[in-house]
Write a protein that binds this ligand. Structure first.
Ligand SMILES: Cc1cc2nc3c(=O)[nH]c(=O)nc-3n(C[C@H](O)[C@H](O)[C@H](O)COP(=O)(O)OP(=O)(O)OC[C@H]3O[C@@H](n4cnc5c(N)ncnc54)[C@H](O)[C@@H]3O)c2cc1C
Length: 457
């Protein structure tokens, strides 16, 4: 008698080093299933939707090379998975687990539906992180609330061996065509990894320079699992200080994922509860300021460059993510949750653990966050990290005529020089929507008062 299994793909869209896929192929015949939830797909911003669909098409091509194809189903997983189990006679259903509130609820609902029909439960592995939740704990057996001790322990935990698939027969039935996708497919993940290795030595010096392509750009491949995070870490191991610096960033990614599993409300509440006492700006003026931020029209060129890069490409350089997020929270005093949602909608790599984790870091509300009184000065950051202004020139073309001194702060440029550069402030480019020094003082006052009052209660 032949055995049958299902590998249900979610954010692990690859065959290489995929624990769920490898376990599923222990059966004689395997169905490679994807369930597209229309409301979720429609809610994702254009760039994430495109990245997801490109990844599904690439996975389907891999499966076709094995003589099968991706079985595409559109609808609710708790209805579809039991139906496909019945149709295929699968004895096992393999998934890589995820950490978010929503994914936990989805998997629990599917398990309940399976149980209700006396079908086998999901077999869960970890295939999206370098080291799974629960494997990196303090001596007291808890997850560290501080990154550095987490990282020191994380480094010492052996990485699991690669998951190797067997030669199962891959089912060649599908019930829906894969939705078409526009746009250029991303470079193959292995090519991005090869580029990472090639340029790793420069990473520590280049990674903070938004005008260079000094970061790895691995985030979208990791978001959809077209690359295995642990494969990346294994490949970079022993390749010098630059490669080690990249791996350290993967530890941040793991830490935010482990934190999210422990605190699935990470996108909703301040992980330091007293910070939820901050009276964020609301109302018409705050809405106008938020709109100017989203449109890249704040009058702070580095902020505007970042927000336009995000809107036009679905990606933003990490240094600029920090500057723009800090500007929203600390200069405009707008609730970090509004910014988090805006980013998550637009980012191709947007996901709750990394996005909410980083927003809480910037806002001072998360574990091991930047202290609230450390406030980025956008102009100083711009001068330091985009000294020649090349990043600003790329994304804010109306400022191209300014020299590398004036481009960081057009409002301080002499009228004659502005005219020579063809710029009329207030018409071609906005005046600053807020005065940074005054905003900084006000934020410090508001944070301090709210925190002291909350702690006294
Ligand atoms: C406000 C804000 C929001 C963010 N939102 C997201 C998000 O939704 N999704 C996301 O993947 N990253 C997010 N990041 C983290 C980081 O900015 C991106 O991972 C990085 O810019 C992606 O580019 P890269 O792959 O070239 O990074 P590299 O610098 O080359 O880093 C390599 C990999 O390490 C991981 N990494 C790097 N920095 C961080 C970090 N600070 N936190 C967690 N992991 C990190 C990523 O997986 C990244 O691909 C956010 C950062 C900030 C400040």
């Amino acid at each position: 008698m032949t055995s049958a299994s299902i590998a249900w793909f979610r954010r692990d869209l690859r065959l290489h080093d995929n624990p769920a896929w490898a376990s599923a192929t222990a059966a004689d015949a395997t169905t490679a299933l994807v369930v597209i939830e229309r409301p979720l797909l429609d809610a994702a911003g254009r760039f994430r939707r495109e990245a997801y669909l490109h990844a599904l098409h690439a996975l389907d091509r891999e499966l076709r090379d094995l003589g099968g194809c991706l079985r595409v189903e559109i609808g609710r997983p708790e209805e579809i998975v039991p139906r496909v189990v019945r149709e295929t006679g699968a004895e096992t259903i393999h998934v890589n687990a995820d950490v978010t509130r929503w994914s936990q609820q989805r998997d629990d609902a599917v398990d309940q539906a399976l149980q209700h029909s006396s079908l086998p439960n999901l077999t869960r592995s970890w295939g999206t992180l370098v080291r799974p939740p629960g494997s990196v704990l303090t001596k007291a057996g808890t997850l560290s609330r501080v990154f550095t001790p987490f990282y020191n322990a994380w480094e010492k935990v052996p990485i699991d061996a690669p998951a190797v698939a067997s030669a199962a027969r891959v089912a060649a039935t599908t019930s829906a065509p894969l939705p078409d996708v526009d746009g250029t497919p991303p470079p193959e993940s292995e090519i991005v990894l090869a580029r990472t290795i090639e340029r790793a030595d420069d990473y520590p010096t280049e990674r903070d320079v938004p005008g260079s392509d000094g970061t790895t750009e691995l985030s979208v491949a990791l978001r959809f699992g077209t690359l295995s995070a642990r494969h990346v870490a294994r490949t970079l191991e022993g390749r010098g200080a630059g490669a080690a610096a990249v791996v350290r960033q993967l530890a941040w990614r793991d830490w935010y994922a482990h934190t999210t599993l422990a605190r699935p409300d990470i996108d909703r509440v301040a992980l330091r509860p007293e910070y939820d006492a901050i009276p964020w700006e609301v109302g018409a003026d705050a809405d106008l300021a938020f709109a100017a931020w989203g449109a890249g029209r704040t009058g702070y060129p580095i902020v505007d460059a970042g927000m336009r890069q995000l809107a036009e490409t679905g990606w933003m350089h990490n240094r600029v993510r920090m500057i723009t997020a800090s500007f929203l929270v600390k200069d405009l005093l707008i609730d970090w949750r509004r910014g988090e949602r805006w980013f998550r909608h637009l980012l191709a790599d947007g996901d709750i653990p990394q996005n909410a984790g980083n927003w809480q870091w910037i806002s001072g509300t998360g574990p091991d966050a930047a202290p609230y009184f450390r406030i980025f000065n956008p102009t100083a950051q711009s001068r330091r990290f985009d000294s020649a202004g090349s990043y600003i020139r790329q994304w804010v073309p109306e400022l191209r005529g300014l020299d590398s001194r004036g481009i960081h702060e057009p409002s301080s440029v002499a009228p004659l020089d502005l005219a020579a550069a063809g710029i009329t402030l207030g018409a071609d480019y906005p005046f600053p929507i807020v005065d940074h020094a005054a905003a900084r003082d006000e934020t410090l006052r508001v944070y301090k008062h709210a925190l002291e009052t909350a702690r006294e209660k």
